[in-house]
Design a protein. Structure first.
Length: 235
């Protein structure tokens, strides 16, 4: 029963994290202590709802509460995990993934009866965005500074000018990070999910690497080209 109560609390709390993230509540609170009314005014939300949300966050240890001032705040560590999207410990994307999986339950029920799988393209759009937001901080913190240098001779080729295939690239976060770090190289991202490829193309343009990054809709077994210096699959 203890495990059940613990798991139930975690499931219920996941939705509050997604709400706080998408409404900008964590980000606004990370700037300094605020009352529920102040936070609501700053984020354009309703004070009563915000008060209930803050109370749940404080009880769960996600924010701090000062009874004397009735103000809520975040420690540096809490902000690092919940409000600073570029940090390597940023976690709201993981909760987007968790919440999105519940939307797939009808399809999962059918799959249990038929034995067929549930395709990536059949998932809720929140899963695609949550996956990128969950993995991108790790890529940003490690891909160029640790992972690629650990491969013998690869970094030298990338600095000189290489061809790189990123298979199963999704929204293209890993592809774009590499392209930004190695301006002499060309990068090719492949994924069978067309909406993700459209998003990746737009992201590459926003990042200023659109001319050196090409994204194509193709299944993993059929991606074009054979003369790549590096073929990457990030999972």
């Amino acid at each position: 029963m203890g495990n059940f109560v613990h798991d139930l609390g975690a499931v219920m709390h996941a939705a509050t994290i997604v709400v706080g993230d998408q409404l900008g509540l964590y980000k606004a609170l990370s700037d300094g202590p605020l009352t529920a009314e102040n936070l609501a005014a700053r984020t354009g939300t309703d004070a009563r709802y915000v008060r209930e949300w803050l109370s749940s966050q404080a009880v769960s240890g996600y924010v701090q509460f000062d009874p004397a001032t009735q103000q809520f705040s975040m420690t540096e560590e809490q902000a690092f995990a919940l409000a600073v999207e570029g940090s390597p410990a940023f976690i709201p994307g993981a909760f987007q993934i968790a919440v999105a999986q519940f939307k797939a339950i009808p399809k999962i029920l059918a799959a249990f009866k038929t034995g067929k799988g549930v395709g990536w393209h059949e998932q809720d759009v929140a899963l695609f965005h949550g996956t990128e937001r969950f993995f991108r901080p790790g890529y940003a913190a490690n891909l160029v500074s640790n992972w690629i240098p650990a491969l013998d001779g690869v970094e030298e080729k990338l600095k000189a000018g290489a061809r790189v295939a990123d298979v199963g690239c999704g929204h293209g976060a890993s592809t774009i990070i590499m392209a930004q770090a190695y301006p002499k190289s060309k990068f090719y991202g492949f994924d069978y999910h067309e909406p993700s490829i459209r998003y990746a193309r737009e992201a590459a343009e926003r990042a200023g690497v659109g001319e050196r990054v090409r994204f194509e809709v193709v299944v993993a077994k059929e991606y074009p080209g054979t003369d790549y210096d590096l073929v990457a699959v990030f999972d």
